[in-house]
Ligand binder design. Structure first.
Ligand code: CMC
Length: 375
């Protein structure tokens, strides 16, 4: 049996949700190209597609949207729980704790039938925007804002975060980001969720495991790291020296490179155009231009090694232009990816086998026992 470091060459699951061709830069959800989904669909429609493996009719979408909205209110004790989190906690830690605690108030938390899990997936997806937005309000000393039943997931999130009616541009921008992040094969956090559920644990535990996995800077945490990099570079004149020094030291440039894509990440292609427009509309053109220069220099230096912008690179400019605090970028990613995680967990349970790879032992053998006083 061979050791495959990082499982880069291992196929560990079958899925009907997303298809990735890393050489051609293709991403499809249930066979539909990500670009046409980003242009035409709503996030709710995409979630229906991922969970049902087909697009909904108008009536089906209406009922699904209703189901999501009617599940968006938090259990009463959850509001106190949000208030009890230290205001200076990292939002991803807060999110992990808050999502995990939802299990305490769900009588079906430990029921693993397909029907119960479908409903738990709905609850998790619908309640998370209120958790993230209200944690942000709590840490800023603002009053809590309850979810509204007449808004989309994206619109409702903006409303709770700002306390104001979402503008059409902001709602659409966020909706597109949610679509682009909804699912992506067996990425690290999705794998973590499948490993957890494969033990016949529960959906809340699996999503909690995934949130912890997403936050690392090699995965979803990269969108925040990109923003810190843009801040650190500061001016266009310093871009080249910053990158050259990092590349010389063999440091990773955040928002570049991908385990699967060896060409431009198709989500980045879409976000790039989107970020340009949004940055212009919101007075953040400087940020966009700096990102373009980084992309250009990276292309010259490492493009021939298959290192290109990934989804997190232009997400940073997009989220910043929307007005999100930097430490909410990764929670936004999680808010969307719950669709993928939950879908994968349900898929795993439909044909489950415990995921349990082996470790190759490389330590010593036949060592003598040494009494504690003789060591
Ligand atoms: N900047 C500079 N060099 C890089 C980068 C980068 N961003 N990414 C890969 N390389 C180099 C790396 O140094 C290595 O060089 P060498 O062969 O000389 O040692 C080579 O490319 C292979 O890199 P690797 O780390 O072995 O590749 P991987 O497939 O294990 O890692 C990755 C993929 C995404 C972890 C990595 O590209 C990376 O750390 N990127 C920066 C973090 C980032 O943007 N993460 C978001 C990923 S996309 C969204 C998501 O999944 O959440």
């Amino acid at each position: 049996m061979s050791f495959d470091k990082g499982l880069a060459k291992t196929v560990a699951a079958e899925t009907e949700m997303s298809f990735i061709d890393g050489e051609r830069g293709v991403l499809e959800y249930v066979g539909i190209d990500i670009d046409s989904l980003a242009r035409n669909a709503t996030f709710e429609e995409v979630v229906y597609l991922l969970w049902n493996r087909r697009l909904p009719t108008r009536d089906e979408l209406g009922r699904f949207v209703q189901l999501l909205r009617s599940n968006s209110e938090l259990p009463e004790p959850a509001w106190d729980m949000i208030r009890s989190i230290p205001p200076d906690a990292a939002p991803m830690h807060a999110l992990q704790t808050m999502v995990s605690s939802l299990a305490l108030f769900d009588p079906e938390a430990d029921i693993n039938t397909p029907e119960a899990n479908d409903l738990k997936a709905v609850r998790l997806l619908s309640k998370t925007p209120a958790l993230i937005a209200n944690f942000d309000r709590h840490r800023k000393g603002l009053d809590m804002v309850r979810p509204r039943q007449d808004l989309s997931i994206a619109g409702g999130f903006i409303y709770m975060l700002t306390g104001e009616e979402p503008t059409e541009t902001m709602e659409r921008a966020l909706d597109v980001c949610l679509i682009l992040h909804a699912d992506h094969g067996l990425n690290a956090s999705t794998f973590a969720s499948r490993v957890c559920i494969s033990t016949l644990s529960d959906l809340y535990s699996a999503i909690t495991a995934a949130i912890g996995t997403l936050r690392g800077p090699l995965h979803g945490g990269a969108n925040e790291a990109v923003m810190h990099m843009l801040d650190e570079i500061g001016s266009m004149d310093d871009v080249e020296s910053y990158l050259d020094e990092r590349l010389r030291n063999k440091d990773k440039i955040m928002g570049f490179g991908h385990r699967v894509y060896k060409t431009f990440d198709p989500r980045a292609t879409y976000l790039k155009t989107f970020a340009e427009q949004l940055a212009a509309d919101t007075g953040n053109t400087d940020l966009y231009q700096m990102s373009r220069l980084i992309e250009q220099i990276m292309h010259e230096r490492v493009g021939d090694r298959g290192i290109h912008p990934n989804v997190d690179f232009y997400s940073a400019t997009t989220y910043f232009s929307i007005g999100l605090d930097v430490d909410l970028f990764t929670p936004m990613f999680a808010m969307s990816r719950i669709a993928g995680w939950a879908g994968h967990c349900i898929e795993q349970l439909s044909d489950n086998r415990l995921i349990r790879p082996k470790a190759s032992y490389v330590g010593p053998h036949e060592q003598p026992w040494v009494d504690i006083d003789d060591r």
